[in-house]
Design a protein around this ligand. Structure first.
Ligand code: ATP
Ligand code: MG
Length: 769
């Protein structure tokens, strides 16, 4: 694995298998989409994981396999969109493209073998009866009257099912496993069903289709997959996966591992809901730029590298969590900001006439296309003339105190051009401002006024005669609440998710390739809509605004606030709105706490929800009590501990016995609060602890997760970065403090896991010294 490759528990596990020569040194993964919809950002996580492993481990391979066993919902439209999206993300499968439907004949033979072994039977119960006979968690299942049907009769019926003698739903083939199993999946699951339906590849060859659980493990084995990575909801299916492969004589023995699904706030990710949004016309298609689909993000202007970087940062853990949409937005800003040219565009044009500028004159001003704090350089010509447009938003007739833009009698700088003063405001019959008559100061071209007067604000503009008209589409979040899946997502639609403006962009845009991304100065990142934009009828999509809440979190981290605290603070802010709304809707009912809950809540200061969870679960309570005994009066530590216990420990406990002990969890939480490791790393460490019982300290050092905070290690990196950027250092020293961010970014890139606080201090000291 290359040094910069991301670390996670799956990769660690694969390294262990490689070291133990478990699959003869082979690593084969697969990405198995069902072609029943377009891929979304959640799939990107799985793609980056599976194909990323193949990219980073020498000799490893990843297959693209269409899991096409349900002819009712699948379509070739999806088969091609999925291939396009995986390629666009930057991954390649060469000749490793497969379809589960190509294995139908072999899977059928495996089913006959199961029947011959007496381990499968044809059952005539209806779907509802099968469900009823299956029992529940508290009561075992009852045998179907067909359970002991003789082998020969089963074989005969199964062959006649294939031959089309029965109607849909009349019979199913079920594996004969264990009706008393605690795992419901093992209570004689159906493995073949009748569907007289046309299939997008096998056409009308089959009228029986194998079910997912039977198909998937066999497909994996036929392809010699070594590590079959799937999301957590398949955890209980693992027993069936293993049963099938252990019962049949299969060509290879893959293993299934589960990881957490990606959830994203303000976003809906299930294909069912995304499809509903398309068919109900809530959005304009699967590739609507507001959709979380890869085709939507692509059309909006997201770059594949931004999405890959997002997938790397969220990591891969064993417990479900919700990622922040603001992180995804941050990743695309971070990707575009150092790369893309700046241009001037006006979204709500307000005419400005410069009365002392000669009529008919045009000046071609040279303007640099990149600000000082990015590594790129370049410039373009910017025409200036007597009539300009500025943004309506940059003028106020009656400005507040600290308004630094244009107002009657006030001065402002036009970006890359002159200082102007507003002399007169012209209005139409309705009182709307339609034109500003201004004066320009010819001695201020790209420089300060000679008399030393201060010009506090700079605004953007375009020359009326030269600017290109454009439709500009401003996208916002599709949903107005953090969790639109809590209830009916239709209730939470943001009515302002698409705003259309008729504006103007500077003419240099016409000379750039049509797929260029730009920053419209002061407005955001944009590019031309790849479908609707035409020369002469330009349409721009806003990829992302400039406002960056994620950076604020990181910033406060470097300013001494703990990252965890900052993150929580940010989340609390985001939730406030939703909460006050809910509170208004339903007057909070007082919660009755029993004695134990009261003790946790009142004496120990835990939130009510945690107190109730703990008091209602003896095993959890005991675990928490033992762990918190070592937390000696530290309320912050106790709170964090309780959080881990009611979420992660509770989850592990549900699965079986715990491999780790309360003391180990306490150490993990202490390390996190002391910022020895990041909150993200803590999740990976926990996953390892839960898997193997290894001490958290040992996991941290084995995976190299420790935050580096000693100056001796970091100083040389700081020196190296500063030495490579002499111009920027000089600019910083002559007063451009904004460059600190650029330096931080460069150093962080080189020093993975570095403590940003310490880095910030070292940088400042080196820059000042
Ligand atoms: P959805 O739940 O959105 O309908 P799905 O799981 O039915 O998706 P598939 O086409 O079966 O969609 O998924 C292909 C692969 O992508 C599977 O391995 C699945 O586990 C993975 N995957 C799907 N959604 C996510 C997600 N949100 N995060 C991570 N992996 C995902
Ligand atoms: Mg699925």
């Amino acid at each position: 694995m290359s040094e910069s490759a991301p670390q996670n528990f799956i990769r660690a596990l694969i390294q262990e298998d490689l070291a133990a020569d478990k699959h003869g040194g082979k690593v084969v993964t697969r990405f198995p989409p069902e072609p029943n919809g377009y891929l979304h950002i959640g799939h990107a996580k799985s793609i980056c994981l599976n194909f990323g492993i193949a990219r980073d481990i020498p000799g490893a391979v990843c297959h693209l396999r269409f899991d096409d066993t349900n002819p009712l919902t699948e379509d070739t439209e999806y088969v091609s969109s999925i291939q396009e999206d995986v390629r666009w993300l930057g991954f390649e499968w060469a000749d490793k493209l497969f379809y589960a439907s190509d294995y139908f004949e072999r899977i059928y033979q495996f089913a006959e073998e199961l029947i011959s072994q007496g381990k499968a039977y044809v059952c005539s119960l209806t779907e509802a009866q099968v469900k009823e006979y299956r029992g529940s968690i508290t009561e075992p299942g009852r045998p179907s009257p067909d359970r002991d049907r003789p082998v020969a009769e089963n074989l005969d019926l199964f062959r006649r099912m294939r031959a089309g003698e029965f109607k849909d739903g009349e019979l199913v083939l079920r594996a004969k496993i264990d009706l008393g199993a605690a795992n419901m999946k093992l209570r004689d699951p159906a493995i073949y069903r009748i569907r007289h339906t046309h299939h997008h590849r096998t056409l009308d060859k089959w009228c029986i289709y194998p079910l997912y659980d039977f198909t998937h493990c066999l497909s994996d084995s036929l392809e010699h997959i070594t590590h079959s990575l799937c999301t957590l909801e398949f955890e209980s299916a693992r027993a069936l996966y293993d049963w099938v492969l252990d019962t049949l004589d299969v060509p290879s023995r893959p293993h299934q591992f589960e990881f957490a699904k990606l959830g994203l706030n303000y976003t809906v990710l299930s294909k069912r809901n995304l499809r509903a949004m398309v068919t109900e016309g809530i959005v304009l298609g699967w590739d609507d730029p507001r959709m979380p689909t890869l085709s939507g993000l692509r059309r909006r202007g997201y770059t594949p590298s931004a999405i890959r970087s997002f997938c790397e940062r969220i990591g891969v853990a064993k417990s479900n969590s919700t990622a922040e949409l603001s992180l995804l937005e941050h990743c695309v800003r971070e990707d575009l900001s150092p790369e893309v040219p700046r241009v001037l565009a006006v979204l709500e044009p307000l005419l400005v006439t410069i009365t002392n500028y000669p009529e008919g004159k045009t000046e071609q001003l040279t303007a640099s296309s990149f600000p000082e704090d990015v590594p790129k350089t370049g410039s373009r010509q910017l025409p200036f003339s007597r009539q300009l447009y500025i943004d309506g938003d940059d003028f106020r007739e009656d400005p507040p105190q600290k308004y630094h833009r244009l107002a009657p009698g006030r001065e402002v700088r036009l970006r890359h051009a002159y200082v102007i003063r507003c002399d007169e405001v012209k209005k139409d019959a309705t009182g709307r401002v339609v034109e500003l008559l201004c004066h320009y100061d010819p001695d201020t071209l790209q420089g300060p006024p000679a008399d030393g007067r201060k010009i506090p604000g700079t605004i953007h503009w375009v020359s009326q005669a030269h600017a290109l008209p454009a439709e500009v589409r401003l996208y916002e979040r599709l949903f107005s609440v953090e969790d639109p899946t809590n209830g009916d997502f239709r209730d939470y639609l943001n009515s302002d998710s698409l705003l259309v403006r008729r504006g103007y962009v500077e003419p240099s845009v016409a000379a750039l390739p049509s797929d260029t991304r730009y920053q419209f100065e002061r407005l955001g990142f944009f590019w031309q809509d790849p479908i609707d934009s035409k020369p002469g009828a330009l349409v721009f999509n806003r990829v992302v605004s400039l406002k960056d809440s994620w950076s604020k979190i990181v910033e406060s981290q470097t300013q001494g606030q703990s990252g965890v605290q900052a993150l929580h603070q940010e989340r609390r802010r985001a939730r406030d709105e939703q909460k006050s709304l809910q509170a208004a809707l339903q007057k909070a009912k007082p919660v009755e706490l029993d004695e134990a809950a009261r003790r946790y809540h009142e004496a120990q200061g835990l939130p009510v929800a945690q107190a109730v969870t703990l008091s209602g679960n003896m095993a959890l309570a005991a675990f928490f009590d033992t762990a918190s005994a070592g937390a000696s009066g530290d309320a912050l530590l106790r709170g964090a501990l309780a959080n881990w216990v009611v979420t992660e420990v509770a989850r592990e406990l549900k699965e079986g016995t715990l491999k780790f002990n309360p003391k180990q969890l306490l150490s993990l939480v202490e390390m996190t609060l002391a910022e020895k490791i990041t909150a993200r790393a803590a999740k990976d460490v926990f996953a390892e602890m839960a898997r193997s019982g290894e001490a958290p300290e040992a996991v941290v050092s084995r995976l190299g997760l420790e935050q580096v905070s000693d100056s001796a290690t970091l100083q040389p990196i700081v020196d190296e970065v500063l030495a490579a950027l002499p111009d920027k250092v000089a600019a910083y020293r002559s007063g451009n403090q904004n460059l600190l961010g650029l330096f931080m970014g460069q150093v962080m890139k080189r020093a993975q896991g570095a403590d940003p606080k310490v880095l910030g201090q070292l940088l400042k000291k080196s820059l000042e010294g």
